[in-house]
Design a protein around this ligand. Structure first.
Ligand code: URP
Ligand code: ZN
Ligand code: ZN
Length: 465
């Protein structure tokens, strides 16, 4: 058998197994997994001895080229997917936003155009629904059929994205009927709005008040309400960017009852805390995203949630805004700081370093959290998210012992600061393949804008994990 590439002698790590093997790649797919594949039969031979070979990372929560908070997120589909690739992430699921008065189709068309010709790696979309005055709920069926099988709804941001319970419930019924899943931004936006107005009236305008006006109880209440609505609708629900133990407990209770409730957290909630707002001057604005940073003790609870499968996924909620001119929009009023932080590049290293080297879970669980579970929950499996014959050759040769200090000076995201500046990580991608093509090798980008393809996702069938 002839192969385009053989990855020789790596330690293959999937969500379930660890073993030494060669991997043969042909036509962008994995064609063979076996020992001693004949080197003469390979166009390219890559020696992976001493390294792990893992499935490419899947980040199910990014916001590229997204108008928000009076500006637009600073990475587009080229710079964002490129930075993701440097970090070993080979598939992104971004959000197509339906604005008031638009159809879901218009939202999708807009975001397809943003990505086409730009993405260096594969991508898919969720659809954010903000207005159901027309036929948008009926449109959900057509979108699911076209591979947009998940919909994000907001219980926060009143006047912008927030939906009432009746609308959420109706959308959940539609999702259940057509094989879709609702991704929920769970915070009680009404209560938060009152707390925010009171703070502003008291002259509390600094960045830290973003965190101090969004209590964990507001997140826990909305998480419990989302779960209750989903239970009544007979629908699966996925809680996005879960940040605190209070909300984690609601997810744990629901899962203990056997409900199809899933949740993600993000590296910022595992590594950063409300103490980051002690940064000098206006620097706290770098940490303004939603839900906000919490007290430090929540971090350990979230790591435990990942180890025990209360949380199934680590995504990034990558939504970068430069400190200069973008975050600065809120210099005199924290509510005007565009909400979001950059993170797409360092997810694998942060989770491998803190999770595996930190003794919290195995390398297999790491693969499950950053690739396999995202693929299963979001209809990409087994094309992506695993190492199996027939799967896309989205692969990362990962050096488990390479070290790096994260810095904006060396990162590839188009943003002028790093949330993780100065954090030391152990475990770095060495070579990254997207459908059989090397797109990053030893710190050099070798991919091409436009090589990434839109991936139609399958309907929700449960994680079958
Ligand atoms: O602050 C955040 N998370 N910005 C992106 C939008 C969202 O709610 O995910
Ligand atoms: Zn959100
Ligand atoms: Zn988000």
């Amino acid at each position: 058998m002839q192969f385009d590439t053989i990855i020789r002698d790596g330690t293959v790590v999937t969500a379930s197994d660890t073993y030494a093997s060669d991997i043969g790649i042909t036509g962008g797919r994995i064609a063979a997994i076996a020992s001693d594949l004949p080197a003469d039969n390979a166009g390219t031979l890559l020696d992976a001895k001493g390294f792990l070979v893992i499935p490419g990372g899947i980040d199910v929560h990014t916001h590229l080229d997204m108008p928000f908070g009076g500006t637009t997120s600073s990475d587009d589909f080229e710079t964002g997917t490129r930075a993701a690739a440097f970090g070993g992430t080979t598939t992104l699921i971004d959000f197509a936003i339906q604005y008031k008065g638009q159809s879901l189709r218009q939202a999708l068309d807009t975001w397809m155009k943003k990505a086409e010709g730009k993405a260096v790696a594969d991508y898919a979309f969720h659809c954010i629904i903000t207005d159901v005055a027309g036929a948008q709920l009926e449109e959900m069926r057509a979108l699911v059929r076209e591979g947009i099988s998940t919909f994000k709804l907001f219980m926060a941001y009143p006047g912008v994205f927030m939906l009432d319970d009746a609308t959420i419930f109706r959308a959940m019924l539609q999702a259940a009927k057509h094989g879709g899943m609702i991704c929920m931004h769970a915070e009680n936006g009404g209560a938060i709005d009152v707390i925010v107005r009171r703070a502003l009236a008291e002259g509390k305008t600094a960045p830290k008040y973003h965190a101090l006006t969004r209590p964990t109880t507001a997140e826990a209440e909305a998480t419990a309400r989302a779960i209750a609505l989903a239970e009544m609708a007979g629908a699966p629900v996925y809680i996005v960017h879960l940040s605190c133990n209070d909300a984690l407990e609601k997810v744990r209770e629901a899962r203990d009852r056997g409900l199809p409730v899933y949740a993600e957290t993000c590296p910022q909630y595992l590594y950063l805390s409300i103490e980051n707002f002690d940064a000098p001057g206006f620097e706290g604005a770098k940490y303004v995203f939603t839900p906000p940073l919490r007290e430090k003790w929540h971090q350990e609870k979230l790591w435990n949630g990942l180890a025990r499968d209360t949380l199934q996924v680590v995504s990034t909620d990558h939504c970068p805004f430069c400190f200069k001119e973008q975050k600065e929009l809120g210099k005199d009023d924290f509510t005007k700081i565009p909400n979001g932080g950059p993170g797409v590049e360092h997810r694998l290293s942060l989770i491998y370093s803190g999770g595996v080297h930190g003794g919290k879970f195995s390398a297999n669980r790491f693969v499950e959290l950053v690739s396999t579970a995202p693929a299963k929950l979001f209809g990409l499996y087994p094309r992506k998210g695993t190492i199996a014959v027939g799967s896309d050759a989205d692969l990362v040769v990962f050096d488990p012992n390479a070290e790096q200090v994260i810095s904006a000076k060396t990162h590839h995201m188009r943003v002028d600061y790093s949330m993780f500046e100065g954090i030391h990580v152990r475990g770095l991608p060495k070579v990254v393949f997207s459908r059989g093509r090397v797109i990053v090798q030893d710190g050099k980008f070798t991919g091409r804008a436009g090589a990434g393809e839109f991936i139609r996702r399958q309907t929700f069938t449960g994680p079958a994990m």
